[in-house]
Design a protein around this ligand. Structure first.
Ligand code: ZN
Ligand code: ZN
Length: 315
């Protein structure tokens, strides 16, 4: 038990420092370029998101690191030594680039699976239960969803033989980017919107309307373009965020939510497609596809992207 106390004792200053750094980085950005100007920095759900932040930094990150290290060691026996030696001969920049691109592809597939497979959605729905988005809401994530996502993101880096320190640097970079795309920010980044993830795209992914959820790639939207799941919203952000399911409100209740079978027994959707009768529809891809086919396309950013969106149902 003493090591747990020692770990938490060491982790508290790191967590507090990270909180201050993120607040200093994103606070002014959110004030200057707010996507939803009426949203206050301390808003409904902030306390729960703060609990997720400290839970992640004080408890779950240690378990995630442990899991990553175990997988990294196991990969040493699985990946042929010749492959690793070949990759080790590349310049570090090429190794990192390959690790990032392959990690992006893998986590894109995992993220889509989390929306398509009901048991995975139970855990991922915790992240989507946020009804207000900002840099703090990025930390609302069930630990099992978080650790599996970390594994998917970092599997190529570990298979390529990058060190734990280099993998850790990638984890920090992706964490910062995750905070950015959830921040209450609207910035027009021009053509870069196809190369690097932006808040507008990821906010759209959090739309409560099951028919509008797209944009599965956090860091690399070109993957969404390739697979026909890219959708750039236009106009002000006024749509509702969250999940169709009735999510609990508290931190511990949200941690337990995926295991509560009664919560996930889906009654049939009302004829009007909303929750007027108290019924809800699981926000899985199949459910979305069914609803999407009955709805007109949402406003699109360009004709080309509109064509991509029209193909999205087939992927
Ligand atoms: Zn998602
Ligand atoms: Zn998100």
């Amino acid at each position: 038990m003493t090591w747990i106390v020692a770990w938490v004792g060491d982790a508290i200053p790191i967590a507090l420092l990270t909180l201050v750094v993120l607040a200093v980085m994103f606070g002014p950005l959110e004030r200057a370029f707010a996507a939803r100007p009426e949203q206050r920095p301390w808003r409904e759900g902030s306390a729960v998101d703060l609990a997720f932040f400290f839970g992640q930094y004080l408890v779950w990150s240690a378990l995630a690191l442990l899991a990553l290290d175990q997988v990294r060691l196991a990969l040493g026996d699985v990946v042929p030594a010749g492959w690793r030696q070949g990759a080790a001969a590349w310049p570090l920049a090429a190794q990192v680039m390959a690790a990032v691109v392959l990690g992006d592809l893998l986590v894109y597939g995992w993220h889509r699976a989390c929306h398509a497979v009901p048991v995975l959605w139970r855990f991922h729905a915790v992240h989507h239960s946020a009804e207000r988005l900002d840099w703090l809401a990025a930390h609302r994530e069930h630990p099992l969803d978080g650790v599996t996502t970390q594994l998917a993101q970092n599997l190529p880096a570990m298979a390529l033989g990058l060190s734990l320190g280099e993998v850790g640097a990638l984890v920090v970079f992706r964490g910062m980017w995750g905070a950015f795309i959830h921040s209450n920010v609207r910035l027009d980044v021009g053509w870069l919107r196809y190369l690097v993830g932006a808040p507008a795209l990821h906010h759209h992914h959090h739309a409560r309307d099951a028919a509008r959820v797209m944009n599965y790639a956090n860091l690399a939207p070109w993957i969404d373009v390739v697979f026909g799941t890219y959708e750039r919203p236009t106009g002000p952000e006024t749509y509702a965020l969250g999940v169709p399911e009735p999510a609990p409100r508290g931190y511990l209740a949200l941690l337990a939510w995926p295991f509560d079978s009664a919560s996930w027994r889906s009654p049939s959707l009302g004829a009007d497609g909303d929750q007027a009768s108290g019924a809800y529809e699981p926000a899985t891809n199949a459910a979305r596809a069914a609803r999407r086919s009955a709805l007109p396309l949402p406003p699109m950013g360009s004709r080309a992207i509109g064509q991509v969106a029209q193909r999205r149902g087939s992927l």
